[in-house]
Design a protein around this ligand. Structure first.
Ligand code: GDG
Length: 490
């Protein structure tokens, strides 16, 4: 970690970096997985850092001791923010996931603009701020994560907190026409402007944000150029930048070579001899374009019947947000469509779609990444999409093809290697599947190498460093050149 970062780092996120499980002897604590925890843990450990968040349960019995135990194991401090069952319903499922999530993914007709959600959202953000204010000093750097906590800095400023506060949005920021639909658009925008650095996933998100700020707030000016700009409103100045999040490339690259993973990959293909696997892996979410993808696969089988018996779509759907009715409806619709396609096309010895509705173990996940011939990643809109990067990092034979939606944040970095598609254009996706199926070994290797190189270089540690470089050190000149603009010419 860079020596310039002398301040203590305080992370605020909706969830603390572990998963709790009730067992007969109390709470069982599972280490948090995922790139964010992996990247931040060493920084927090080295600086005696602090993580503030919800422990993931409304039960309060023995929670403090479970959090203390997790903190001792991880080597940095943690403070829980308690949420009741009703608060989880209305702040987390309600405002965060029935208002902000669909709106920021351009799906305004899916929003439930319930006024009571907003009041509770502000109250919970205030609770996070109060706990943060009590446990930090002016010397700390406070880094708030994601759409659940957009008004925390404003609450901290009301409390007189002068520390530098950064924000990172993991999901897209919508264009003006869509953002304007939000009943609390000005309040949220003003609250965001109380941060000192706002980080987005892509140039497109930052551009949308600046356009919204100009439209809704008077006297907004921007200056500078490159990855981080200065935004001023009268005398107040803040930075707005884009920092595409990534993965621990080496971890995937090395783990994919292990014997366990190689064995698992062998078994997967042994059961599907002479068949190319097309892989889709998503949380159950309407933003991920799962229905459109299955329709595109059906279109492939109709247009290119010679591919029947030659390829199988393995679609993994990881259960998510099942308390929100729209997610339940989506699950029913996916089940129906999968059975319709399988009912129509199955032949003896071949089923077109293998549908897995559960989370895969790490070993299975890596084995699918390593062995699938094609990854079909077609979200309707996605902040980044780490699955696309993980597929490249684990594709150690360099023979996989990535078909990627032009609306995934990852496209800005992977566009030189992936086949880019509009996920709404079923015929284009089906033509891309055919192109991937018939691609030469050399072209596959060439494309995959380009993508692996960029994920290796711009990995999760690069992401943390570049954000903190801008946020703490205020260094705006130190960014390596990046692919920024997405090309729509095909
Ligand atoms: C949000 C934004 C942004 C998936 N299936 C299994 C499994 N996973 C893991 C993957 C990956 C993660 O879950 C999914 O990450 P994504 O980035 O694809 O999507 P979101 O969950 O929607 O994340 C997104 C991200 O935040 C980071 O900023 O990229 O745009 O929406 O790491 O590996 N893991 C296991 N089994 C599975 O079946 N073990």
């Amino acid at each position: 970690m860079n020596k310039k970062f002398v301040k203590r780092l305080v992370i605020i996120s909706n969830r603390l970096p572990f998963v709790l499980e009730r067992s007969s002897s109390g709470w069982k604590i599972h280490h948090g997985s995922g790139g964010l925890v992996t990247a931040l843990a060493p920084v927090l450990r080295n600086r005696g850092g602090l993580w503030i968040g919800w422990p993931g349960t409304h039960e309060i019995a023995d929670i403090d001791s479970a959090v203390d135990q997790a903190a001792r194991t991880e080597g940095y401090s943690m403070i829980p923010v308690q949420l009741s069952k009703d608060e989880i319903r209305n702040y987390y499922e309600g405002f965060s996931n029935e208002v902000v999530w669909p709106l920021f993914h351009d799906l305004q007709s899916y929003c439930n603009f319930d006024p009571s959600y907003w009041e509770l959202y502000k109250a919970i953000n205030k609770r996070f701020a109060n706990i943060t204010a009590k446990n930090t000093t002016a010397e700390d750097y406070i880094w708030v994560h994601d759409y659940h906590l957009m008004t925390v800095a404003q609450e901290l400023r009301y409390l007189g907190i002068k520390s530098k506060i950064g924000f990172y949005l993991h999901i897209p920021f919508p264009p003006l026409d869509i953002f304007l639909k939000l009943p609390w658009r000005s309040e949220i925008l003003r609250a965001l402007l109380d941060y000192d650095l706002i980080g987005f996933q892509t140039l497109r998100d930052r551009r949308n944000f600046i356009q919204c700020a100009r439209a809704l707030i008077k006297n907004v000016r921007t200056s500078g150029k490159g990855q981080v700009l200065t935004l001023s409103i009268g005398k107040r100045e803040l930075r707005v930048g884009y920092f595409p999040i990534s993965i621990d490339y080496e971890e995937f690259n090395i783990a994919a070579r292990s014997k366990d993973v190689a064995d698992e990959a062998w078994y997967i293909h042994e059961d599907l001899p002479h068949i190319q696997i097309i892989l889709g892996i998503d949380r159950l979410d309407y933003t991920k374009g799962i229905l459109q993808r299955i329709k595109a696969f059906r279109n492939t089988l109709e247009r290119y019947p010679e591919l029947c018996r030659k390829m199988t779509l393995v679609q993994v759907v990881v259960p998510s947000r099942r308390n929100i009715p729209m997610y339940n409806d989506l699950k029913i619709e996916i089940d129906r469509l999968v059975s319709e396609v399988n009912g129509t096309f199955t032949m003896s010895g071949w089923v077109p779609i293998h549908y897995i509705y559960r989370a895969l173990s790490r070993r299975e996940l890596l084995a699918y990444y390593r062995t699938a011939e094609i990854a079909l990643i077609t979200p309707l809109k996605d902040g980044m999409n780490l699955v696309a990067k993980e597929f490249c990092a684990a594709n150690i034979e360099e023979d996989g093809v990535l078909i990627l939606s032009e609306f995934a944040g990852a496209v800005a970095q992977l566009q030189r290697g992936a086949i880019i598609v509009n996920p709404h254009d079923i015929e284009e996706v089906s033509a891309a599947i055919y192109q991937a199926y018939s691609m030469s070994k050399e072209e596959k290797r060439d494309r995959m190498r380009k993508m692996r190189q960029i994920v290796k270089r711009q990995n999760i540690f690069w992401w943390v460093n570049s954000y903190l470089d801008a946020g703490i050190a205020g260094n705006l000149d130190n960014f390596p050149p990046m692919e920024e603009h997405i090309s729509f010419h095909r």
